[in-house]
Design a protein around this ligand. Structure first.
Ligand SMILES: [Zn+2]
Ligand SMILES: [Zn+2]
Length: 278
């Protein structure tokens, strides 16, 4: 029997949390994805979605978790100070951020926890934290799970991750811009045969090209149409559209999803609370 490989979306929104009546279906929290491979806990980014994950994890413990960061933009780190398991001294977390950036992960996470903007510094968190620097193209093995970081196309240095476990795989690949010449080769290589790719689709085609508002080229994000490119290569089996624009309503996201599914049935909009078994 295969071990559990489960992916849960806790935050799917870009830039800033947007709770309210327009976002009840897809959710208003910023990026956070939980992955369970047998008894191992992995978390990708700690946007505001990590707050609800933390509340769920309070019933488990002591915890040993691995938290991977794409980059340090605020929407990917802002939930960290409110992640409840950090306040239990029995818990341990390994935190992974990219090397060779002006700010280390500890500085980026800790910088939002200093006076006058936050009352408790990162040093005073009761849980034990281990910081690690990861490099693109240097895979890590955590027990039976292989994690391969790769470079994304974003204004701030940014890493995607491919996770392989017992013959199944997923890619966490936001924030990323598709680019004028198509999806870059490194992305395609990492998405090859993946059971699930979590794909940045912040913009509509009209927004991206500047037919609606300013052109968003070089802003570091892609569209749902760009996701089709993946499925035209020997790429992913399923694609979850992710990092929805904070101004996108439920109604608009449903329209985007309906439209893109007419072109390929294996694309869908990630939704807060959605769990997929790989
Ligand atoms: Zn973002
Ligand atoms: Zn970003």
């Amino acid at each position: 029997m295969k071990s559990t490989f489960k992916v849960t979306f806790w935050g799917v929104r870009g830039s800033i949390p947007v709770p309210g009546p327009q976002t009840t279906k897809y959710g208003g929290n910023t990026p956070c994805v939980e992955v369970r491979c047998a008894d191992q806990l992995f978390v990708f980014d700690t946007g505001s979605g990590v707050v609800s994950l933390g509340r769920k994890l309070l019933s488990e413990g002591p915890l040993l978790g691995h938290i991977f960061y794409t980059h340090f933009h605020w929407d990917h780190i802002q939930g960290f100070p409110f992640f409840a398991p950090l306040f239990n001294p029995a818990n341990q977390f390994h935190l992974y951020g990219q090397h060779n950036t002006p700010h280390t992960l500890e500085k980026a996470l800790g910088g939002q926890m200093e006076q006058p903007v936050f009352p408790i510094t990162i040093k005073h968190l009761p849980a034990t934290l281990h910081f690690h620097q990861v490099c693109e193209s240097v895979p890590l093995e955590i027990g039976p799970v292989k994690i391969s970081p790769f470079k994304l196309n974003h204004p701030s240095p940014c890493l995607g991750y491919r996770l392989d476990f017992e013959g199944r795989s997923m890619v966490y690949g936001a924030d990323n811009e598709h680019g004028a010449d198509g999806l870059h080769q490194v992305y395609l290589d990492h998405a090859r045969d993946a059971d699930l790719v979590i794909f940045d689709a912040a913009y509509t085609d009209e927004e991206y090209t500047g037919h609606k508002g300013p052109p968003r080229k070089n802003w570091g994000h892609s569209t749902a149409t760009h996701a089709l490119d993946l499925l035209q290569h020997p790429g992913a089996k399923r694609v979850a559209l992710f990092h929805h624009d904070y101004l996108r309503t439920d109604q608009e996201l449903t329209a985007i999803e309906t439209n893109i599914q007419q072109r390929h049935p294996e694309i869908f909009c990630a939704r807060e609370g959605m769990t997929l078994e790989l």
